[in-house]
Design a protein. Structure first.
Lengths: 332, 280
């Protein structure tokens, strides 16, 4: 069942569940952040509408900087603004920022300890028809490997909005990973969101779970659907929303592993170096259990609809169910 | 600000002291860069002892001018000048590049908070200076102070540099002043062989900057062009300062081989003898 304490969207299983692009939540969050804090500034590399920064830019034109198609300057300039007390949110497609400007992010932002928020929209395979060049499948790895940065990957538009408001207050660098496609609304305004804290979204009605499913980003909805069907088939699972990939909630992950003794991770990202790898690092050191990874298996993407691609690359509901059954068999 | 004959003499003596410190610290460190720091000693001296609005006893003074060193590898000249200006003891210069030092091989703000940025990887310092100037423009403080970015000619090869140049021109950042160390060398040779930069003036001008060329060793002319840059109202200014790499030690001057290596003990002694023999 859905965790009743989290006040999740009661209409989540309706066929007409509301669907909103996660980036839209970012746009609304930034607008709100701008109203609350006058130091918040927005920068964009010629993708203001696509990244939904236009809401902020229209309301606060004097605090918005159009950088042009220049992602290296986008982040390094943000560092300079942060040096003068601003809280810059700089956005582009994830493939270009942090894809193209990794060293500038490292030297001028994380190494330099400037509280810049890098917003990578259009991440993952669900970018769809634009094809492999535009599908950022390596960005979690690129960002989480760096010291001194938070990495947040919200599951829906409402969580994205909360993430923006939380990031304004951290005083440190952050990477916010967004997806382009309409994504079902899972949370409500009341659902808790805290950086560094994972939440259990789905749990057995009674008794202990047999498999733990840890998800980040837009695939959470599919994982919850998989968990519901598995329950009908007699397999009890718990589903954790790990929107905060860094800092990572070691306690929640270890406690899930201790209960289930088998873990499946789910993300729209290369398996190498992604969220699943982060979970494996935690478990290998604390409580090793069998794991299965849902993600991209060392491949580039291609054109197609988001659904076609998610299915083709083995990240759909049925793939998640198969991974759960596979890891269940591996339990000793 | 007026520069008297007496002050010029004072600056020349100070610059020579700073060159002596540079040689001493490099010999002690056993690695680093020689030509750039010696070449920029006069400019750094003029800025820290005459031009900058700063307070070494209160480094985080909010109203201070900002100095961004983009080509972090010439940090020995920054460290030596800051020490002589009173930011930290001159004897600390001997810790350059050693374990536990505040004077990292390339500047790191976490270790030495008195500096505005960490740098080393080339081409992103001007972007940071542009960000600072933009913040001042937003806060309507761009008439109160200047953002100075010291950069090398070699790093003009970097695309990031030109992204920053283009944006500064677009936004008419009046309190941004870039100083290019035009010493014509980079690690592997002369800039015009490795990657020609000329016509450099017209390149910057085409990006809507005010451009001035000057000798990097003549205090009076340097002071005048900085005053000119400060007076330019509707554009950012770049000062292309022609410097002699290795300046002050005849053996090192104009030789690109001294870009990325340091004197050994004997070479160091020879250099120090030459610098100490100078009379002003």
């Amino acid at each position: 069942m859905l965790n009743p304490n989290l006040k999740l969207n009661p209409k989540i299983f309706n066929s007409d569940v509301e669907q909103v692009p996660i980036r839209k939540g970012f746009g609304q969050g930034l607008l709100q952040a701008g109203e609350i804090n006058e130091n918040v500034v927005g920068l964009c590399a010629d993708l203001t509408e696509s990244t939904q920064m236009n809401l902020f830019a229209d309301k606060f034109p004097e605090r918005f900087i159009q950088v042009g198609v220049a992602e290296q300057n986008l982040v390094a300039m943000s560092s300079g603004l942060a040096a003068m007390g601003k809280i810059p949110f700089c956005s582009s497609y994830a493939m270009f920022s942090p894809g193209r400007n990794w060293e500038q992010i490292r030297t001028t932002i994380t190494f330099n300890d400037r509280p810049v928020k890098i917003v990578g929209s259009h991440s993952g395979i669900s970018v769809g028809p634009d094809g492999g060049t535009h599908q950022a499948l390596e960005d979690i790895a690129l960002m989480r490997v760096m010291p001194n940065i938070d990495v947040i990957s919200p599951c829906d538009a409402i969580e994205a909005k909360k993430a923006v408001l939380a990031l304004v207050k951290t005083g440190k660098p952050a990477y916010l990973r967004l997806v382009r496609e309409k994504t079902p609304i899972i949370t409500t305004e009341e659902t808790p969101f805290n950086i560094g804290q994972a939440e259990i979204y789905w749990m057995p009605d009674v008794g202990l779970a047999q498999v733990g499913i840890i998800v980040t980003g837009g695939l959470l909805f599919r994982a919850i659907l998989a968990a519901k069907e598995l329950e009908a088939e007699g397999i009890k699972t718990k589903v954790i929303n790990l929107s905060s990939i860094k800092p990572i909630d070691v306690k929640a992950i270890v406690s899930l592993a201790k209960e289930c003794k088998a873990i499946v991770t789910v993300e729209e990202h290369q398996i190498a170096g992604g969220m699943g790898s982060a979970v494996a690092e935690v478990l290998a050191q604390n409580f090793p259990v069998p794991m299965e990874f849902i993600g991209i298996r060392d491949l580039f993407g291609q054109s197609g609809t988001p659904d076609e691609l998610v299915e083709h690359y083995g990240m759909g509901k049925n793939s998640i169910k198969e991974a759960v059954k596979k890891v269940l068999k591996r339990k000793s | 600000m007026l520069l008297t004959e007496e002050k010029i003499k004072e600056l020349a003596i100070k610059a020579n002291d700073i060159r002596i410190s540079i040689i001493e610290m490099l010999v002690e460190a056993g690695s680093g860069h020689t030509a750039g720091p010696l070449g920029m000693a006069d400019i750094f001296t003029l800025f820290y002892f005459h031009i900058l609005k700063h307070d070494p006893k209160n480094p985080s003074w909010e109203e201070r001018d900002r100095v961004v060193l983009s080509n972090g590898h010439i940090c020995p000249v920054l460290y030596a000048t800051m020490a002589h200006a009173g930011y930290f003891p001159v004897k600390e210069l001997k810790t350059l590049r050693k374990f536990g030092t505040r004077l990292q091989g390339h500047p790191h703000r976490e270790y030495l908070p008195y500096i505005e940025t960490s740098s080393g990887p080339l081409g992103s310092g001007l972007s940071q200076a542009v960000g600072m100037a933009l913040a001042d423009k937003m806060n309507k403080k761009d008439k109160d102070r200047f953002i100075y970015c010291f950069m090398s000619d070699g790093e003009l090869d970097e695309g990031n540099t030109w992204e920053a140049i283009m944006l500064a021109g677009k936004n008419k950042l009046r309190n941004l002043i870039a100083i290019v160390d035009r010493n014509n060398i980079q690690i592997e040779g002369f800039t015009e062989d490795v990657m020609p930069l000329e016509p450099l003036q017209s390149k910057w001008r085409a990006f809507n900057w005010h451009v001035i060329e000057v000798s990097g060793h003549d205090f009076r002319s340097l002071n005048e062009v900085v005053e000119e840059a400060q007076a330019i109202y509707e554009k950012p200014t770049v000062i292309i300062a022609h410097t002699i790499p290795g300046k002050g030690v005849r053996e090192f001057e104009r030789n690109y081989k001294w870009h990325g290596k340091v004197p050994n003990k004997e070479e160091g002694k020879m250099a120090l003898d030459e610098l100490r023999a100078l009379r002003f």
